[in-house]
Design a protein around this ligand. Structure first.
Ligand code: DP6
Length: 419
């Protein structure tokens, strides 16, 4: 059998990792280099069949340096965030043996072996849907598998955290808490699963991808400016979030949608208030985002209790969480009524993801959108905003990272280069 020294071989692992949406937001760091937050956060993992990153990592004695491709383009690995993740994973590597392929890698060999990484998102990166969260989680998870790292998902999350804070929450499915921790070295700042995706499977999630003309402030620099200038953030981190996190954990355990929705909406609104309290102020939501909030608030009010929760990250896209399928169907009808597609847009490219919601809404073509009835809670002076939403994605809470079969690899098993 061939040894790891010399001889042509490539060993690979391919993994799939979900993205997540925070319902209690992470905003602000107490340590920039280690990525340690000023408060706990809680998220819902989104179904990876609709939104995920797939990453193949490969090792070979023939590779001359570490290289990475993202969405088919080679990118630099020289940034501190990549270097930190690679170093932390390598230092935990163990002996690896693939008897079938006759490959043996000793623990100490990993320091001198180089890796190739090929990563792609199954959703448009331009949509601004937290691709870095799924990306760093997938990188760390795939490398951990390749290098036979024995640490559990929580410990891996503390490594993914050093790539991008929100990435640590993508190491688990379902409902996840990122504990801010108190150690200086960040060893206790990691993700834990509150409940898996089956715990509350009534929930349906509809994402409105909102067209925006301007480039938004990145989360990293936005939260740095907030930490430097906002007094409201200090109040939020010290007084508001600790209580809200406890209430949210309870709402999730009890599947208490009314509390869950109130906490989610309040926390999204406070996050955007904190952005407005930053100097100079940061605006992430736009008129379309505000109109979606109004639509949901009016409908929730008319129903007497929340049917839908909304939350917005560092951009204008709206993530709407409906209490069950029936409300999701009504929600989609309302959204399509108020935000019909531009002419020539096909229904198939306007509503993506789980299309069964669309079927249940009785919508088979764009013409069916035009004949949707006006929802009773909408005032007669309403306006339609054709084309203000680029498209919708229907999804649900989903599972955590998984290893995929070799047939799904993005790298060629012979050369270790992109296929
Ligand atoms: C608004 O995780 O993208 O989405 O840690 O600097 O990489 P870095 O920031 P990032 O910030 C996410 C902020 C947010 C809220 C959240 O996901 O909790």
């Amino acid at each position: 059998s061939r040894e790891s020294e010399g001889g042509k071989w490539v060993l690979m692992t391919t993994a799939q990792t979900p993205t997540n949406i925070a319902v209690i937001k992470y905003w602000g760091k107490r340590d920039e280099a280690l990525i340690l937050p000023v408060n706990d956060s809680i998220s819902v993992t989104l179904d990876p069949s609709h939104l995920c990153t797939i990453t193949t990592v490969a090792v070979s004695p023939d590779f001359e340096k570490d290289r990475m491709w993202l969405n088919r383009k080679e990118i630099s690995l020289s940034g501190a965030r990549y270097q930190n993740c690679l170093r932390e994973i390598r230092s935990r590597a163990n002996d690896v043996e693939d008897k079938e392929k006759g490959i043996k890698i000793a623990k100490k060999d990993w320091e001198k072996l180089h890796v190739h990484i090929d990563s792609y998102n199954n959703f448009p990166t331009a949509a601004g849907l937290a691709s870095s969260a799924a990306g760093f989680a997938c990188l760390v998870f795939a490398l951990a598998n390749l290098m036979n790292v024995k640490e559990d998902h929580s410990q891996l999350s503390a490594i993914a955290r050093q790539g991008s804070g929100s990435a640590c929450r993508s190491l688990y499915g379902g409902f996840v808490k990122w504990s801010m921790g108190k150690e200086k070295d960040g060893s206790d700042s990691l993700a834990i699963q509150l409940a898996d995706e089956k715990h509350w499977d009534d929930l349906v999630i509809i994402i409105a991808v909102v067209s925006s003309r301007q480039k938004e402030t990145s989360s990293t620099s936005g939260m740095r400016e907030t930490v430097e200038t906002s007094l409201l953030l200090q109040h939020r981190a010290k007084e508001v979030v600790p209580k809200r996190v406890l209430a949210m954990e309870e709402a999730i355990q009890n599947r208490d949608f009314v509390s869950f929705a109130q906490l989610t909406c309040n926390d999204s609104n406070q996050f955007h208030a904190v952005c407005l309290d930053t100097s100079p102020p940061i605006f992430y939501m736009n008129d379309t985002s505000h109109r979606i909030i109004s639509l949901v608030e009016k409908w929730n009010r008319s129903e007497g209790e929340p049917q839908v929760a909304y939350t917005f990250d560092a951009g204008p896209n709206s993530v709407l969480i409906a209490r069950n399928r029936k409300t999701a169907v009504s929600l989609l009808q309302r959204l399509l009524f108020q935000f019909p597609p531009n002419p020539e847009t096909e229904l198939n490219s306007y509503v993506l993801g789980d299309k069964t919601i669309l079927q249940d809404a009785g919508i088979k073509s764009v013409e069916d959108i035009e004949s949707l009835p006006q929802p009773p809670e909408i005032s007669s002076s309403f306006q339609k905003y054709q084309g203000d939403v680029s498209y919708f994605i229907c999804t649900r809470p989903g599972k955590g990272p998984v290893v995929l079969p070799e047939s799904e690899a993005l790298l060629d098993p012979k050369t270790g280069l992109p296929k």
